[in-house]
Design a protein around this ligand. Sequence first.
Ligand SMILES: [Mn+2]
Length: 422
Amino acid sequence: MRILHTSDWHLGKKLFKKERMPEQVLFLQWLLLTIEERKPDILVIAGDVFDTPIPTTESLSVFFQFLKDLEKLSEFNNGSLKKVLVLAGNHDSAKLLESPRPFLNKSFCKIVGQLEGPLSKEPEDIEAWQERFSVTINEEDRVTQLCLLPFFRTREILNNPWIKETQEKEDHDEVLILTALKFWIKNLIKKETTHKILIGHHLYGSFMASGSEQGVGLSGIDSIPLGLFADWHLLLLGHIHKNQILRKSPPAIYCGSPLPLRFSESNDKKVYIYEYSKSSEEFIPEAVDIPCYRPLLRVLTDETNFQEDILKEFRKYPQSEKGLGCYLELTIKQNLPNKDILDNVRLFLKDLPIDLINFYAQIKNDIKESNKVNLQAINQKSTQELFSLYLEEHELMPEQKLTLKNSFSSLLQEQSEENHEN
Ligand SMILES: [Mn+2]
């Protein structure tokens, strides 16, 4: 069995009002070709298909067309691609993502948007639940169950009637979340299953964030412990945009976003292909590099060397010269303010396929000040990050800061749940 794993496409995402759709379309074309060549049996899209709960019509048609193309590809490629599994992330509207279900070939494409019932101990409920959240694949000597756990807000899991019934009043959220997840796992896994695979979109294990993820919280715990999945064979994760291997054996991997979503992110992006090895009885991951269709360049330089430094960075991506070009964030250190510098930069860039998105002039004496938030950069920060910066400016005891941060994030979560309900 071969699985291809991707996530966090964020279709419709912009960078300082600049379009990313051409890059996203090129990525999807590359993905189709890669599927044709590498012939995975299963394609996994682990959440954040869209950037917003109400995507643009262009993003919607790009996604629907992609699903249609996959179906066609599967037909003409002797059915080598057997399944497409799509999970909702924190940016997706679960209901919207599930909306094309009636038009899809159910045995080919499965979309799981929301973590919802029926969750009782009744056998027929449990069966319906297994049907809703998992796919089972029978091979000669193995029964593999792929389980889809969409992004959930803490309250969604805690308000579950069954969990409510069993919980002790004094239990902390941490205990409750873990109990709920254990319950989900216990009832989901079928008796005959020999190999378990998780597809999840949340915070798992000890991850390294890239900064462009929207802050999501799990009350009481930092992340879902990998220990819950100690005897599983593979964890295919979404949410964190930096690709990373959380655990080698059995593999637990964040494949990361296919595009860098901020200047601070690396242009090095990947999808993963996993192949089951009969001899080692393990899934072996292989990272496949995604071509960088429009590099994000970040250059820190000075007035005398800026031309050379920009070219040096630009030449690292020779393919972008003929394609879409690059987006640039430029910081120029200056001894004294020079009002002509931006004009000089623009003049230099005029004949190059480099689009200047952000420009910062840094006067040497002010360099200390540069840690402060630039007005343009504010748009890039999450509300939670802005609040943390605000707190840093105030002299408070560390415990006070922590309490304020926690209260603020509960308020944010409540607000986002209200918006979600609307
Ligand atoms: Mn994401």
